[in-house]
Design a protein around this ligand. Structure first.
Ligand SMILES: [Zn+2]
Length: 238
């Protein structure tokens, strides 16, 4: 373990953590490609994960998400998720956790206040702006569940292709990045924005944790080669 980076962790008053798909690799979270098995093999995820696809065929898209939710429900958080949650518990208010992942594993590990840039696949939201009649708890069950009064449908609370990121979440993430002493960039290729932009606007030191070279290595003060589950427990212990 890099002692200098451990010193940075100990000294930082505010740590921003940005995680991507590699964070969950050791949990065995199925990727889009893995989810294309059996019944779903003939569908292109890029054509299912859009608002247009949902409006055109809500039950098919809902069922595909139900299938993915089942797959994700079977996996567990890993040692990396737990190290982040434990750190936040020991040091309230010192860490802001930002993730591109929709798998909800940071939340399941117990991390508070997770900023999910791409939403959370285990949660729903209304497709259209809800009216007073739209009560998710009383939605008519179905595929998808819907409001029994106006017909508004529930959809997965994830950012679909072509959609903007949730503005408030993005603003909070940018504030955390631009005010942190240290940013840990974990398991992200650095190709996808705004993740890459958050790392580049970090006020403090930037440490990349990734088993492979990433596009953010040039912006990093240190690059630790390894996975989240391998490196975070040691990096974050007191
Ligand atoms: Zn309604």
């Amino acid at each position: 373990m890099n002692e200098q980076v451990r010193d940075w962790v100990r000294a930082a008053r505010h740590i921003a953590v940005l995680t991507g798909a590699g964070m969950s690799a050791e949990s065995g979270v199925p990727t889009f490609r893995d989810a294309q098995t059996g019944l779903w093999a003939k569908f292109d995820p890029h054509q299912l994960a859009t608002e247009n696809a949902f409006r055109a065929n809500p039950s098919m898209v809902w069922d595909w998400y139900a299938f993915r939710r089942e797959m994700i429900a079977k996996v567990d958080s890993n040692a990396g998720h737990r190290a982040l949650a434990d750190f936040a518990r020991r040091h309230p208010g010192r860490m802001t956790l930002i993730t591109q992942n929709v798998d909800g594993l940071h939340q399941r590990a117990g991390s508070p206040g997770v900023l999910g840039l791409h939403g959370n696949i285990s949660q729903d939201k209304w497709l259209d702006t809800p009216h007073a009649c739209c009560n998710a708890d009383a939605a008519v069950p179905g595929s998808p569940p819907h409001c029994g009064v106006c017909g508004n449908m529930l959809r997965p609370d994830v950012v679909w292709f072509g959609e903007a990121l949730p503005l408030q979440t993005l603003t909070l993430a940018e504030n955390a990045a631009s005010s942190c002493d240290l940013m840990l960039v974990v398991g992200t290729s650095g190709v996808v924005y705004p993740a890459a932009g958050l790392a580049r606007m970090a006020a403090g030191k930037v440490v990349v944790v990734n088993p492979h070279p990433s596009d953010l290595d040039d912006a990093a003060d240190a690059v630790l080669s390894g996975t989240a589950a391998q490196l975070l427990p040691q990096l974050l212990e007191d």
